[in-house]
Design a protein. Sequence first.
Lengths: 162, 874
Amino acid sequence: MIATIQDKFVTATIGGQLFALPIQRVQELFVPERVMRVPLAVAEVAGLLNLRGRIHTVVDMRCRLGLSAQPQHDNGGVSAQRRQVALSVEHKRESYALLIDEVGEVMQLPAVDRDENPANMDAALAQASLGVHRLEGRLLVVLDVDRLLDFDLHSLAPKAAA
Amino acid sequence: MDELLRDFLTETGESLNIVDVELVRFEQEPNNKAILDNIFRLVHTIKGTCGFIGLPRLEALTHAAESLMANFSEGRPVTGDAVSLVLASIDRVKSLLDHIERDQKEPEGNDRDLIGALERMADATSGDDQPELPRPLRPAPVSRAEVERALAALRAEEEKSMTSGNADCTAQPDSLGVNGQQIAGSDRGDGKVANQSIRVLVETLEHMMTMVSELVLTRNQLNELVRHHEDSEFKIPLQRLSNVTAKLQEGVLKTRMQPIGNAWQKLPRLVRDLSTELGKAIELEMHGADTELDRQVLELIRDPLTHMVRNSAAHGIESSEQRVATGKHKRGTIRLSALHQGGYIIIEISDDGRGLDVDRIRARAVAMGLVSETEIAKMPDVQVHRFIFNAGFSTADAITNVSGRGVGMDVVRANIDEIGGTIEVKSVPGRGATFTIKIPLTLAIISALIVEAAGDRFAIPQLAVAEIVRAGRDQKHRIEYIKGAGVLRLRDKLLPLVHLKTLLAISDSADFEDAFIVITQVGSQYFGIVVDRVLHTEEIVVKPMSGKLRHIAMFSGTTILGDGAVILIVDPNGIGQTIERTEVSLRGEENGLDTIEAEVVREQVVTETMLVFRAGSTTQKAIPISLVTRLEEVDAGSIEMSNSRPLVQYRGQLMPLVAASSETRIKSEGRQPLLVFSDARRSMGLIVDEIVDIVEDVFEIELACGEPGKLGSAVIKGRATEIIDISHYLPMAFDDWHDWQQDEVRIAARSVLLVDDVPFFRNMLAPVLKAAGYAVTSVASGRDALALVTGGRRFDIVVTDIEMPGMDGFQLASALRGDPRNAGLPIIGLASTVSAETMQRGKDAGLRNYVAKFDRQALIAVLQEQTADSVRAA
């Protein structure tokens, strides 16, 4: 079995759960500074930040994946307490910063070892998940970047005079 | 792929698009020999090249098509069937080319079917004359040089037949020019146009754009640093850097711009085919085909536009019988238009068909479970229309090949969404429907006011800001409360107020004590946005809103400030819409409050940037820096005298110099500072003693009466300063300065009537118009203007401000139009902001066009266009 790059993933811990993202889609790992909160935005969007001149939409992964929110002070947009990290990805020609709790190691996760989503998986999570891997004692959820970031397309119905 | 083959594919593809358009035109004008010759030439060249490269199938096919057209050339009647057949052959050629692109060779098989049909048609139309013996399929062997010449000639032909003169930069994603250089022009000299353009990879331009963007951001950072130092020697070079950066940005942006006509190329053919297929008479009108937009955006809207045109043809336009029965012209019209407006491109697709069937949309929406019966009964038609943008929505009974598949409008909307645009539909039953697409021009740089609310900073586009007022208990302006809502009494008018932090739901506690109020104008609507602090104005690069945030009406984009912070750009339109709702509830209740709508706030507060200098006497002088092309310093020793007039060699030309004052002595040694004024072809230098400073502020200019060279005076940096009138000096450099600008159109000096109640603007615009060669008469009010015209004075064109007390621009236009003698008189409106409603109002009032007040170049261009038109009409 030759290890291919399609099977290489970056793992991350979010809300106590282990996730994996295809390494080819992840551009970098960084500590987000000065996240500007956007008033009136959907809950999944934590705000915007500037990384070397490129504006990234910051996505709160806990919210997006239906996990419990991180306890945090409400001090206007800068993530508090624990130092969060973010993974930068690109989707439909825009840049996004995915807020995670901790980054894990890079792992080889061949598709053949992947199982279907368990039937009792949370709907929001299942929508973005490609499947799960059983690692010693832990369950790891593999995420699809594009489906992960398509979360507002359901709301295309006409808004009553927005 | 072989480079020659690649080039051939690109060139031929482009030619075929032109042939398509030309064939449709030819069908409508069968007697137009020029069109036919053009088509013939193109097809002939394609055939020849095919022969050389070794593509026998293509060669045979194009040969047969060419023979058929040769018959037309000889005057044989042109039938719809014949044209259809030729079009079918062109389609076949295109599919063969696609195949060649994939496999680098022709597919197996032959085109006997088409060729046979073409030959039969040719025989049928050839009549009694002996048909020309077909030329041998294989011409004599040609050299590669000849092929390259042929390719270049092909290029030159298509450059010539492309109506837009935009042959500067054609970018193709996967092609390089032959040997990566310009393709040599043909010896016949037709290649002159081809020589002026070059093929560039889109990637290269992308890279340039990113670099320029970085430059702008860095420049902003420098500005930010310098801002904190009062007197810094960095200021002047930084200003120059600013100007240069802005121009560079403009230039690079232009390279990626292409006329929208390119996306429209295939549409005439499409409409023609649909007409035939559906048995309806449909005409396609295209306006503004040379409106430019970014190449990538162009690619993305091509399909949506095609889809909508299809829809119009299939569902919108009725059959001729139905149309005549309802009193319409038997031929339906689909109208495409594109124009630039305030940082956006507005594209309209409208038809005069039957409009959207609201009842069916209602029924379908309910059937699809999108809304309940009761809910939809309450919805106004305008809202119901929006349902068509839902996935799977289609009210067509039969899913035909043409459209009605139900996957249309939602995909269209998604595509437009992707480029940061919006789409709306307006429909009148029985009269037709109009789709309006609004796409932001990427990388716009605008001037914005940076404000602070609840600790966060926001940007408000300067164009929308009329005034900034401090309000509160101890202040001059009073805030009053009506039904709990705050309003500002400003010079006896009441403006609705809204707290920025309330609008954005950042903070609940919002009072109006000691607040800064940004008086904002959207169209004719005025209101005040209350903020905690007003910081400064800055030129910002507008980045489009993130896809996840685009639906928030309050914001129109984001930007990065000089200190690296990301902030949101507020959309005054969005705020205006919120206010409209509250206004409606306030209106008409109490006495005297019926007219909450503020009257025109006349005191337009404009910050102007003045270049301050010394020339001659001790009085300081100044000129608005926007009028100066460049600041220069030349070595005094390089100044020469010719006929006792000083000149200097400047950028390869001899530039005449004029002293700014009689007391100014040209230096004999050292560095001589100059203010350079340039136009399309030439420059002149104004000699000054010393450049003092560049000051940005609000100036109150007192006007001078008739003193040559002096516009007025103002207090700048605490000193009385003379504002000079540059139009006094320009003719001193060139006697024929006035003849520069306009060329063929000028028979006599065109006369312009300039109407504006603010003296500063009158005095700023009048010299600009004079310098452009117009005879200008200025008046201060709509009434005076009307009086002049009805009194018998004749003008070639009227340029009027819109917001004026007494009689506003719209009223003036209507009044002028009321007199049939003024029917052909072009009236141009000047506005500080332009919105869709004001455009419409303008059109209704009879304005020919709208120009932003501070856009000198646009004004000159529009004037030229308008006066050119009237010459042609004469």
